[in-house]
Design a binder for this molecule. Structure first.
Ligand code: NAD
Length: 349
């Protein structure tokens, strides 16, 4: 029998600890060390029964983990992942893959040159209901995808912003949250040709945006909109609607993505599908509704299981650094469109 993969955690904050909850239940992997310079990290590592390092490079040299999960602040992602690649250690890198496209290009090149894989933590793609939605779209259940309506509207408690890096450049709602929705839209609807956007920081008043309205033109011809705000008392977001994370009280009836095509429509996460009984029918005929079977799964747990396979060379990453780089390029295009007032195309990675 193969022994459990020895995984170290770099960055034991909110997200790092969530990964550990799933890691503990995974027979094919085990935690071997924690690297985090924060004041609570030593005690936390002791509770987990593993060695603690304030400096991750020392951890890489002394513990020689077989894989690492990197969940430190966004601006450190690329530099940390590059050090892990240099040590020959496969990385599960939290999103965003980086904060600038140039650094992501360097990371993509380093991963290619070293042959050491990176899986980026766009974990929603691992949710079975997203896999099912993609299957339906690819099988033509919606006909020609024509319009896409995406919503990310909720309220973060004010205390969320007590952690300074979350208020600073390199964080922000677009890069921290809407990036997940944009990644799923790319995954489900294909690449985006160009965007137009408005952003506002009018509610919270921080340097970063608290609200955004984005128009998307997909390469396949579909047109879409994504409206987002983390400062509204509203129920429309993947977090509240999908039931993926029990920390968010669920609004099970509310959709966050509505996809419509010439032959049908789909609401996500409900996976309700609408269509007419006969091709060519229109608004005077009854629109039929089908409930597609599929339960929400533990996306983070499935992502970790996949990461073990990636680290062992048994699978290619579902979300590579290059793929995640395209999602980051889309975020950058949106930021540029909001600043310039013009339509912008995502850069090529
Ligand atoms: N996939 C998701 O849904 C999701 C959700 C939340 C956060 N995230 C991502 O996870 C990352 C962490 O976010 P968070 O909310 O857990 O933040 P956090 O502030 O709670 O945790 C960050 C941790 O990194 C540590 N750290 C700082 N510098 C470090 C260094 N040089 N080496 C090692 N550790 C260091 C901090 O001490 C802290 O413990 C971010 O990139 C964020 O975008 C992803």
């Amino acid at each position: 029998m193969t022994s459990p993969l020895r995984i170290a955690l770099i960055g034991a904050g909110v997200m790092g600890r969530q990964h550990l909850q799933h890691l503990r239940q995974l027979p094919e992997a085990q935690l071997c060390a924690i690297a985090d310079p924060g004041p609570q990290a030593g005690d936390f590592a002791a509770q987990c029964g593993v060695a603690h390092f304030a400096e991750y490079r020392r951890m890489l040299a002394e513990v020689r983990p077989e894989a690492v999960i990197v969940a430190n602040p966004n601006a450190l992602h690329v530099a940390t992942a590059l050090d892990c690649l240099a040590a020959g250690v496969p990385v599960l890198l939290e999103k965003p893959v980086g904060v600038h496209l140039d650094e992501v290009r360097e990371l993509v090149a380093a991963s290619r040159a070293s042959g050491v894989p990176i899986l980026v933590g766009h974990h929603r793609r691992h949710n079975p209901l997203i896999a099912r939605a993609r299957e339906l779209i690819e099988a033509g259940a919606l006909g020609r995808l024509t319009t896409v309506t995406a919503l990310w509207q909720l309220r973060k408690p004010d205390s969320y912003y007590d952690i300074p890096w979350r208020r600073e450049a390199g964080a922000g709602m677009l890069l921290t949250n809407l990036i997940h929705d944009l990644d799923l839209l790319r995954h489900l609807c294909g690449e985006v040709r160009q965007v137009q956007a408005f952003t506002s920081n009018g509610v919270r008043g921080f340097a970063n945006e608290d609200s955004a309205a984005i128009l998307l033109q997909f390469a396949g011809g579909a047109l879409g909109s994504l409206t987002g705000s983390d400062a509204v008392a509203a129920p429309w977001s993947w977090e509240l609607d999908s039931g993926e994370n029990p920390d968010y009280p669920r609004q099970a009836e509310q959709p966050c993505y509505l996809l419509a095509g010439t032959a049908g429509a789909l609401s996500i996460p409900q996976l309700k599908r609408w269509h007419y009984a006969e091709a060519g029918a229109g608004w005077h005929e009854p629109l039929l509704q089908v409930q597609e079977p599929c339960a929400a799964g533990e996306a983070l747990r499935r992502q970790l299981q996949h990461f073990v396979e990636v680290a062992r060379g048994q699978a290619a990453p579902l979300v590579s650094a290059e793929d995640a780089g395209r999602t980051l390029a889309l975020v950058e295009a949106i930021r540029q469109a909001a600043e310039s007032g013009r339509a912008c195309a995502p850069q090529i990675i």
